[in-house]
Write a protein that binds this ligand. Structure first.
Ligand code: GDP
Ligand code: MN
Length: 377
């Protein structure tokens, strides 16, 4: 379960971590009030479940009431990589000297929690990992839910912090470890952890992912869950009972069975595409379900192509094909669609879509992935 930056920062605050003064709002007039209250300059930050807001122009530094109003209106009306902005966090602006990265993450392969630290904060940690792997220190916590002194020493010497900054940094580090374990998180990250010109530490961004399986013992967080499905498309899909997760790519994906859908997403990535979603139509889906699934995919403006990968079993390929035909009838112009049908009644399914020249067929999953990426470029 994803939570918003302001919610992550509330968890930080509860554990004594230093966060900028601020408040969330969904209205530009209140945004001005908050700004006046905390003082200018302040920052207006879109609250959406996707990173890279800085680059996407969804964060703005404002110096007075007028620019605050303008920025809040602009950001509240925008959509960041397909995620509409419903609220903004207004915060006091930090006087940044240096940006660090601090994160804890569950490594499923090692089945251990890993602490990651870098002096190259502020930018996407995946980019840092790719281009400057030596600048990230990774320390497994060895199945403990706290950090050992010798590991703290390792971190401090890696970052070469001057003595006067060490105590404050260690407090942040220990606080983040507590946030991570107390909330059953799978990820808790501060990026950037800012060292201000006044030599204070400040968590200027926060990202926390909570393990869904632990929500039964996290009542408070569970109550947030409804808010948290902040993405309209996800909310609509879930109302219809469709297993759908919005992602930030542009290749729409439909498949039957969670495993097949995941593999399809991997294949698309391997072929150089970026999946726009996870969507499992489930077993035995009828034509109507397929139609609803397509509507969900089409409601995502980010989607520029669609790969449908069905391995017929209980799900009949002809039903899937009929649903697709129905929906395409109502559309003037279609995005490129690649359809791969295998198994139960795949022959029939292929015969049904045969007259549609907008649909490209594929024999195998990897062929389909390559075809959709090619058709979109
Ligand atoms: P993200 O792009 O979604 O990860 O959003 P962040 O909250 O990490 O902000 C991105 C970048 O905006 C940061 O790395 C900073 O460089 C800048 N930024 C964010 N808050 C402040 C602030 O209070 N003051 C200043 N000067 N820059 C900020
Ligand atoms: Mn960030």
């Amino acid at each position: 379960m994803k939570i918003h930056e302001y919610q992550a920062k509330n968890l930080f605050k509860k554990n004594g971590l230093p966060v900028p003064k601020g408040r969330v709002t969904s209205n530009s007039e209140e945004a001005i009030d908050i700004s006046k209250e905390i003082g200018f300059p302040s920052v207006v930050k879109a609250q959406v479940h996707v990173g890279g807001r800085g680059k996407a122009n969804a964060i703005e530094l404002v110096k007075d009431e007028e620019s605050c109003e303008k920025a809040s209106k602009r950001i509240l009306g925008m959509d960041v990589k397909g995620f509409p902005v419903h609220s903004v966090l207004i915060e006091e602006a930090a006087n940044i000297d240096k940006e660090y990265y601090l994160g804890l993450i569950l490594d499923r392969n090692l089945k251990d929690n890993i602490l990651m630290v870098s002096a190259m904060g502020g930018v996407d940690i995946e980019d840092v990992a790719e281009n400057h792997p030596e600048s990230i220190l990774k320390i497994p916590l060895n199945f403990s839910s706290s950090i050992e002194d010798k590991d703290i020493e390792k971190v401090l010497s890696f970052l070469k912090l001057k003595d006067s900054l060490k105590a404050g940094f260690v407090d942040v580090l220990k606080g983040l470890v507590d946030v991570y374990f107390q909330n059953d998180a799978q990820l808790a990250e501060i990026n950037p952890l800012v060292l201000t010109k006044e030599e204070n530490w400040l968590a200027c961004d926060g990202k926390v992912l909570i393990d869904d399986n632990a929500l039964f013992r996290q009542q408070e967080l569970k109550e947030l869950k409804e808010d948290l499905e902040s993405n309209e498309i996800e909310r609509e899909a879930h109302k219809k009972g469709i297993a759908y997760v919005k992602l930030d790519g542009d290749v729409g994906i439909i498949g039957n069975g969670a495993g097949l859908v995941m593999t399809t997403m991997d294949e698309v990535s391997r072929a150089g595409g970026k999946p726009a979603n996870f969507l499992d139509i489930g077993g035995g889906a009828k034509k109507e379900v397929m139609e609803q699934c397509l509507e969900v995919i089409y409601s995502d403006a980010q989607v520029k192509g669609l790969f449908i990968n069905i391995f017929g079993g209980i799900t009949r390929c002809d039903e899937v094909a009929r649903g697709l035909v129905e929906v395409l009838k109502t559309r003037e112009k279609s995005i490129p669609i690649v359809l791969r049908l295998a198994g139960t009644s795949s022959e029939e399914g292929r015969a049904i879509i045969e007259p549609l020249d907008s649909v490209i067929t594929a024999e195998t999953m990897s062929e389909g992935a390559k075809k959709i990426v090619a058709a979109m470029s």
